[in-house]
Design a protein around this ligand. Sequence first.
Ligand SMILES: NC(=O)c1ccc[n+]([C@@H]2O[C@H](COP(=O)([O-])OP(=O)(O)OC[C@H]3O[C@@H](n4cnc5c(N)ncnc54)[C@H](OP(=O)(O)O)[C@@H]3O)[C@@H](O)[C@H]2O)c1
Length: 784
Amino acid sequence: MWQVLRMTADPGSQAARPSIRTSLAGRHVLVTGVTGFVGEALLHLLLTEVPDVRLSVLVRAKGSTTGHARIAKLLGKPIFAEAVATAVGIEDLMASTITVVEGDLAAPPELPRDLDAVVHCAGDVSFDPPVDDAFRTNVVGVRALLARIEEASPDAHYLHVSTAYVSGRRRGHIPEGPLEHSVDLDAELAWGLSQRAELEARSREADVLAKLRRRAEREHGRAGLLTAAASAEDERKRWVRRELVRVGTERARSLGWTDCYTFTKALGERVVEAYADAGHRVTIYRPSIIESALERPHPGWIEGFKMAEPLILAFGRGELPVFPANPDTTIDIVPIDHVVSSIVAALAYPPAPAEPAYFHLSSGHRNPVTFGMLLDFVRAYFEEEPFAHGERGAVRLPERPFPGPAVVERMLLTGERAQKAADWVIGHAPRGDRTRALAKKIDTQGRRLRFLRRYLSLYEEYAQADLRFVDDQMMALYDSLTPEDRETFAFDTSVIDWKHYLHDTHIPAVTKPVRDLDALRSRRKRPVPGQLRRLSPSTGSETGTDSEPVEAPRVAAFFDMDGTLLSSNIIETYLWMRLGELPTSGRLGELSRVAAKVPRWVQTDRKERGGFIRSVYQEYVGARLADLEAIADGSLGQHVLGRLSPDAVRRIREHRAAGHLTVLVTGAIRPLTRPLAPLFDHIEAVDLAVDRYGVCTGRLASSPLVGEARAAFVKAYAREHDLDLSGCFAYADSHSDLPLLAAVGQPVAVRPDVPLYRHARKSHWSIVDWSSSTTAARVPGVHK
Ligand SMILES: NC(=O)c1ccc[n+]([C@@H]2O[C@H](COP(=O)([O-])OP(=O)(O)OC[C@H]3O[C@@H](n4cnc5c(N)ncnc54)[C@H](OP(=O)(O)O)[C@@H]3O)[C@@H](O)[C@H]2O)c1
């Protein structure tokens, strides 16, 4: 049973108050959320400073990792080294001090029957979660947990970690007490939980689907309709997620909260207050923005990026030209060690049943730091310790970071419009190194703009919130502690020296991992795409070792031709063939006839590659197949070989030396591939239909192998040759080859066009820039 100790700031009464350690000695405390930032710091503090407390932790399994294994891994972190060493090992520490209760807030398991207190740190802390997720964790999860506590240990003190920002869009002084509002909790809960089913249904309605499908077909039609369908379906799922976030934010704002996070946390408090009204001991604990440690576990300790870090880093990198705040608005920050110390103090002195205690842990009321001050510290720090900007020296910091909301919005809109225009231009530009470099630049710029838009809309509310979280109760608790406890469990935020904390401790701590990563990246050599294992050509087993040959799965390398092996296209190759066959007098006429058709062909190619190929190959009508083959075996053969990229030839030979099958998959006509036959085990090319005299009819013998048909061929070939596709390679240059590349485990984009380049970067595929050969860059028969 708890001894009820009422809080008092009266120093005379302090003699009667036992120390925190004494009060908690032998108590059984359950903590949720210990795999998170606050929970981990609390676990550390309890293990190191309150060793006589008995701990249980509620933790969910993740994938195949059990709750027990997650806690064992957590205790392997450096901050727990001392506690682990004292207990002689992680398992010993767990056996003696920590009981793992595995479970999810969605359906909490039965809890121990002898709990003295529960600290509920677990929560969905994202500002823009899907609305149903936020309700499920922050409201339903709290209710379910309380039901389990009531059933197992009804006298346990329940300490609920909420947030000071449950005050929402209010302004001015916010007292430590129940939040005034008349929102119908159950109606909002039912609405929030129903949104996923509603939006899933809405996303399947014809008008939404038609829009998504049309856009996907515009972007991916060349690769094939199934590729476009897959993209439309992905986009539908993203639409549902976006809408779940949007409706949650809108509902929150329409009721006076900043976002779905603070809205659901506020409703979670109502659930807790109902539990208190039922005669239980309850503390509602509201910290403001929690940042790195002032002292413990060590100065600057932080887990993950929280609220201010993305902004600090973006500013230091010169990617945040504007700060979404008024310079004189307070940013209410508290260090994590003050947070967990004050939680432990509140835990040691619980309130009476049915008399909930409310605490703010905040800094703005008595020791405010403003956005202007924060930015001065950030600027001073980065002026002393700038981020490097590639070869171009130090990053330049923005000059006027607080231009006001209207100017910020105008800048963003202009940037977004320019981005859209640049995107259209690059999508229609001829491919090449310059185009790809430009696409990379535009994509980086686009990412920055999206980052800015997202952060401005998320933080705008916080950055303009002139709130003062009054912390009188918290200070009364602090003042009532013994002098030793005030030293060990310090949480008086008025003593924080912001320059020391922000400039000397916090900012260096949050920039360090980024600097380490940058250094690692610049040290790491670019990976050689698809390291080839040396295999015996005959058996497919590894060679070059003394050991017995190991049976390895068979591997093939599939190569596209035009644009990948040679810098050519099917109009050009048609001309090579046709002009070789015509007398000199006929060549000029043929050239101008073809030139007149090019614009229509280009249009067709943009829409549907198969139609384009058919329409170009109609031009062979009347040609004799035997003549085409003779041309290919003669001067044209030399021309084709001369245009082969030396890098491509080297790569094909490497594959052969590694014992891989080499396969050419091309939309070119078969005669044209004859010079390449020695390089490949199999060539899949277009066969021209001929009549009984061997004359081309202008039709094809079968459908051209383009887009998804290439992937289908690769899969059929793999089945036939018993290949492991995850070990196979494919090389191609165009967005229409996406299905071919996606069919294998080792895709390589070769001098890709912009859409493939973007996809390859997003999917972390290898991108290579095989040089094209210039030794025979002339069309045979035209330039002699
Ligand atoms: N960080 C801040 O600046 C701040 C400020 C004010 C208030 N708070 C409050 O402090 C509390 C802790 O925040 P934090 O920064 O430590 O968050 P965090 O780092 O994101 O950790 C969240 C914790 O909650 C657990 N959790 C989430 N959903 C769960 C579920 N369904 N079942 C079981 N566990 C679940 C997570 O477990 P997994 O590892 O299994 O995902 C994790 O341990 C939250 O209630 C938050 O509202 C935080």
